[in-house]
Design a protein around this ligand. Structure first.
Ligand SMILES: [Mg+2]
Length: 398
């Protein structure tokens, strides 16, 4: 948009032609674990904005349906009415009852509105949120250990991902399935995995441990103490995320920062985390927490409690990562964010200029909106492909 046109659409605080006229949903199968869900909005002026919804195994179709329904509420609204849209979506559309699918859909639409708003004004989103406080963003690699069990395999994979330039890596060394109580040999194996990975990468690399909400406090405390001998950066979701008493108990009895937040949606869910001092670091996800504004609000809530923010990002490294970076640019308590190495290749197809780290850091993008450009031809060429069925054992004993 040239300057003359820009001045014409922004007159006396009103942006004309910014109403959403079209909403489209896209699903991409990356041939790895889960489908990716995206949304595109288009304004009356023909400005497009993109966003990405968080998804899980076998839930992408439910999220697509939720997006399709919520799109009816977004249509006709200005892409500059983001706060109002989010309030209407929660208070009126959802009648104050949330779900993973609802928050994922809302987050995607919210990001798309920001993208379109930034493009309309020819500004990166972070400039509409108070400007940046940093020029680069540390990332940690995840997804590199998926499916591995043996310590030697973990060690080799860790060395390979560090060789790509990452200085922080995350893994969950406990063998599957996820259960509250684990057998002695499972805990022993997990500690051996960490030990071998530490030997393989050396002392200069931060190792982040995820537990995926699975353990009882007594098990989590024992495991964390054994991990601590090998040096870990954080201990993520040791127990179920909504059991803040147990989370705080674990935090009080180990010497490693406790992280929670990827399964908590909106400011309301984070209130107790701060009040009960249940975590040192929170990891909300921009694609399910309610979007860029909600992530920024939660980060601001965390500040006076001296809690750091490390946005979760089990999404593509295209739009959700770009939205994370835009939200984090002006976030004083940002620490580092997540980068899924196995989704890098498909993300480059989705957006050839997708943000990527060099020596473990992403540079502050400067393009308008979310700062990347989606290959619409590629997106429109993707036929829906359902992910393969999973199988589960009937019984499990620790
Ligand atoms: Mg996690």
């Amino acid at each position: 948009m040239n300057n003359e046109l820009q001045q014409a659409v922004v007159r006396e605080g009103k942006v004309t032609g910014s109403g959403i006229e079209r909403v489209e949903v896209f699903v991409v199968n990356p041939d790895w674990r889960k489908n990716l869900v995206f949304v595109r909005v288009e304004t009356a002026d023909g400005v497009a904005g993109w966003g990405e919804a968080y998804t899980q195994y076998d839930r992408d179709r439910a999220i697509v349906e939720q997006l399709t329904e919520l799109a009816r509420c977004a249509t006709g609204r200005s892409v500059f009415g983001i706060r109002n849209f989010c309030q209407i979506a929660f208070d009126d559309y959802a009648q104050r009852r949330g779900s993973l699918e609802f928050y994922a859909a809302l987050s995607a639409l919210e990001q798309a509105m920001w993208d379109a708003a930034g493009r309309t004004l020819c500004q990166p989103v972070y400039n509409l949120l108070g400007g940046p406080v940093r020029q680069r963003f540390r990332v940690y690699a995840n997804g590199w250990a998926y499916g591995l069990v043996e310590p030697c395999d973990h060690a080799a994979a860790a060395a390979a991902v560090v060789a790509k330039g990452f200085n922080a890596i995350k893994m969950d060394p406990l063998p599957k399935p996820w259960r509250t109580f684990i057998a002695r040999e499972q805990m022993d194996l997990a500690v051996r995995v960490l030990s071998e990975v530490r030997k393989a990468v050396g002392d200069g690399i931060d190792i982040l441990i995820d537990n995926h909400r699975r353990l009882a406090p007594t098990q989590a405390i024992e495991l964390a103490r054994r991990y601590e001998e090998h040096g870990i950066y954080w201990f993520e979701e040791p127990c179920q995320a909504h059991n803040l008493e147990a989370m705080a108990e674990i935090r009080g009895r180990i010497n490693t920062p406790v992280v929670t937040g990827e399964e908590l949606y909106t400011k309301s869910a984070f209130r107790g985390v701060f009040e009960r001092r249940a975590a040192d670091i929170i990891n909300p996800d921009v694609s399910n927490v309610g979007g860029i504004l909600e992530l920024r609000d939660i980060a601001a809530m965390a500040e006076p409690y001296l809690v750091g923010v490390s946005p979760h990002n089990y999404n593509s490294t295209s739009l959700a990562l770009a939205a994370t970076v835009q939200a984090s640019a002006g976030m004083p308590n940002f620490l580092l964010t997540e980068y899924f190495v196995p989704l890098e290749e498909i993300s480059r197809r989705i957006a050839p200029d997708a943000l990527g780290p060099v020596n473990g850091y992403i540079q502050l993008p400067t393009k308008p909106g979310l700062g990347i450009t989606v290959d619409e031809q590629f997106m429109r060429s993707q036929d829906y492909r359902r992910t393969a069925s999973r199988t589960f054992s009937t019984f499990h004993s620790a």
